[in-house]
Write a protein that binds this ligand. Structure first.
Ligand code: SAM
Ligand code: SF4
Length: 334
């Protein structure tokens, strides 16, 4: 039997960036109504094609893995709403060359399902928790589920999911007074929490104008309080992480509006219907689905992914108020 050899990340663009990481959306559907994302809740758009099947997803990931991509994050919409989630996770984790399977979730039913996620091969979870105040959590998400989500975080760790992090979208006038509470929480539970700057999308422009707060403000506050910035590891994600000499947890900041944010980009995205998005804020996705219909198409798939990736733009255009064709992040997978 020939043992397949997988290249070190060979997928690259014209700006010298290499791509090792795929964010794969499993569905646009979400049950939450986060004020910055889907404030009116998910609305079905008539005439849209179905989500990729398990077989299509397996072929897609096999194509990327042949190009040296080794990490996949399942996202959405809300990935836990996808009926075949466990089957998909098992299929992706089993693709030769895939070494890490992660998922980003709003924590829906996490407490009861964490063990199944771990068994299916999900080794890392990011759970969105925008406030530690139950009433505020309800106002932001439309759901009175803070305790349930935090129970899910505990269950995920107990189930042996090695990396469990919290994501918190930073919003001026909404949760920017919670830094102290978040700091105490991460220290108490030895957790990493990342603040994400709210990003402008086509649907949330007015919200963005009212509530955007640069990550640099949180960074200054952390530094004043004795938190120390950690060295960025090679190949690390976009978060700048801090720890405190007297504490156990970590706080990260993801600041897409910071200078040079895009220079270290190492990720590509595929929507739930099989469109490749070279950037979260690009003009459109490019269809890969016609090349996911049989295992024999893998060479053509690899050729298309390689050619398209080479054309990735150097940076997003958010600074000029241009969010590309992205109505909200649930449509591509955040
Ligand atoms: N539903 C899952 C969740 O909320 O974790 C996964 C999908 S969600 C689109 C992925 C991440 O994007 C979440 O952490 C969410 O808070 C973040 N997000 C969504 N819209 C955003 C925006 N406009 N700016 C910054 N982060 C956003
Ligand atoms: Fe749903 Fe996640 Fe968007 Fe909130 S951020 S509405 S949980 S997709």
């Amino acid at each position: 039997m020939t043992v397949p050899v997988f290249p070190a990340a060979s997928l690259a663009d014209a700006h010298g960036r290499r791509f090792e990481y795929l964010r794969l959306s499993l569905t646009d559907v979400c049950n939450f109504r986060c004020t910055y994302c889907l404030p009116e809740g998910y609305r079905k758009i008539a005439g849209m094609p179905s989500d990729l099947s398990v077989a299509e997803i397996r072929r897609l990931v096999a194509g990327f893995a042949r190009l040296g991509l080794w990490k996949v994050r399942l996202t959405g919409g809300e990935p836990s709403l996808r009926r075949e989630l466990l089957e998909i996770a098992e299929a992706v984790a089993a693709v030769p060359g895939i070494r890490r399977l992660a998922m980003t979730t709003n924590g829906y039913r996490l407490a009861e399902r964490a063990g199944d996620y771990a068994s299916a091969g999900i080794a890392a979870l990011n759970v969105s928790v925008d406030s530690l105040d139950p009433a505020r959590f309800r106002t932001i998400t439309g759901h009175d589920r803070l305790d349930e989500v935090l129970d899910g975080v505990g269950a995920a760790r107990a189930a042996g999911i090695g990396t469990v992090k919290l994501n918190s979208v930073l919003m001026r006038g909404i949760n920017d007074d919670e830094l102290g509470g978040f700091m105490a929480f991460v220290n108490r539970h030895d957790l990493t929490l990342r603040f994400i700057e709210v990003m402008r999308t086509n649907d949330n422009a007015a919200f963005f104008d009212r509530h955007h707060m640069p990550g640099s403000e949180i960074a200054s506050r952390l530094e004043t309080l004795g938190w120390r910035r950690l060295q960025r590891a090679a190949g690390a994600g976009p978060a700048i992480e801090y720890e405190h000499p007297a504490g156990r947890g970590r706080i990260g900041i993801i600041a897409p509006y910071a200078k040079d944010f895009c220079t270290t980009c190492n990720r590509l995205r595929v929507s739930s219907r099989g469109k490749l998005h070279l950037c979260l804020f690009g003009d459109h996705g490019i269809d890969l689905r016609d090349l996911l219909q049989s295992d024999d198409q893998i060479d053509a798939l690899i050729a298309r992914i390689t050619a398209l990736t080479a054309t990735k733009a150097p940076a997003h255009r958010l600074h000029s108020g241009n969010s590309g064709a992205t109505p909200h992040l649930a449509s591509i997978g955040g």
